[in-house]
Design a protein. Structure first.
Length: 235
C-alpha cells in the first residue's frame, strides 16, 4: 500500500527513519521503486552502477588530461600551434633507368617524376632532384644542357617552376669521349592547390649545344644513384 507523509509526521521503521518530507533516510537502508530530485549530493557511486547513455559532453573546460589517457584515432579538428616542427611529410623515390636524348626541345625524362598530396592547406613543397648527367661523343669541353622542373596539380597541365643550365662537365680520362656532371636541383615551391589535390613534379631536358650528340641523365653502374625528394613544409 502507499503511505502519504504530511505535516510533521514521519515514519520510523525497522532499521531506518524517513522524515516528514519523505526525502531523508537517516539510518538503515531504504528501497524505493524510483527516485526524483537533484543528484548533486550523491557521492561514491561505483562505476559498475553507472549505466545508460551519457548526454553530449563539452570538453572545453577539461584540463590536465594525462597524455596516456588520450587514445583512439583523431580524423579532424586538431590544429598544430607549435612544438611539432614544420616538416609535415617526405616522399622520395630512387631512380634506375638511363635516359638519352639529342633533342633541342624539352622532353620528359622517363621515370623522373614524383607526386605528393599535401596534408595541410597552403603548405610549401621543397623539391630536390639529384641525378648523374653526362654527355657522350661531345668532342669539346664545357658542354651544357638545359633542365626544367615542371609541376602539375591534380592531373592538370604542367607549368615550369624551375629552369637552369647544367654545364661545365668534367671530362674523365678513362672515358675520353664522355663528359660528366651532377644535377643537384633544390628549391622551395609555393603551389596554389585545394586540400586533397595531388601535386606532381617532373624533370625535362634539352641539349641546346650543337656539339652534344647525347645528353644522358642518370648513371653508369659505378656512379651514385639518383633520386627525387619532395618535402611538405608547413606554411
Amino acid at each position: 500500500m502507499a503511505i502519504t507523509i504530511s505535516g510533521t509526521d514521519g515514519i520510523v521503521g525497522a532499521g531506518f527513519t524517513v522524515d516528514a518530507s519523505g526525502v531523508s533516510v537517516t539510518a538503515g537502508v531504504g528501497t524505493f521503486s524510483s527516485l526524483q530530485g537533484s543528484g548533486a549530493n550523491l557521492t561514491a557511486l561505483p562505476a559498475a552502477n553507472l549505466t545508460g547513455t551519457l548526454p553530449a559532453l563539452n570538453a572545453a573546460s577539461l584540463t590536465q588530461i594525462p597524455a596516456a589517457n588520450l587514445v583512439g584515432v583523431c580524423t579532424s579538428g586538431l590544429t598544430k600551434t607549435g612544438g611539432f616542427g614544420n616538416l609535415l611529410q617526405v616522399v622520395t623515390t630512387n631512380l634506375s633507368a638511363t635516359f638519352t636524348t639529342t633533342s633541342s626541345s624539352l622532353v620528359d625524362v622517363t621515370g623522373y617524376n614524383l607526386s605528393i598530396t599535401p596534408t595541410a592547406a597552403s603548405s610549401k613543397i621543397k623539391v630536390s632532384f639529384n641525378a648523374d648527367h653526362y654527355a657522350e661523343n661531345s668532342g669539346t669541353f664545357n658542354e651544357y644542357s638545359t633542365i626544367t622542373i615542371a609541376r602539375s596539380i591534380q592531373g592538370g597541365s604542367y607549368s615550369a617552376v624551375y629552369s637552369g643550365i647544367q654545364g661545365a662537365y668534367m671530362k674523365v680520362e678513362q672515358f675520353p669521349n664522355v663528359e660528366y656532371g651532377r644535377v643537384a636541383i633544390i628549391f622551395l615551391d609555393a603551389p596554389s592547390y585545394t586540400l586533397g589535390n595531388s601535386i606532381t613534379y617532373k624533370m625535362q631536358i634539352k641539349s641546346p649545344d650543337s656539339n652534344v650528340t647525347s645528353a644522358i641523365v642518370y648513371q653508369r653502374s659505378s656512379i651514385t644513384a639518383s633520386n627525387i625528394i619532395l618535402e611538405e613544409i608547413a606554411a
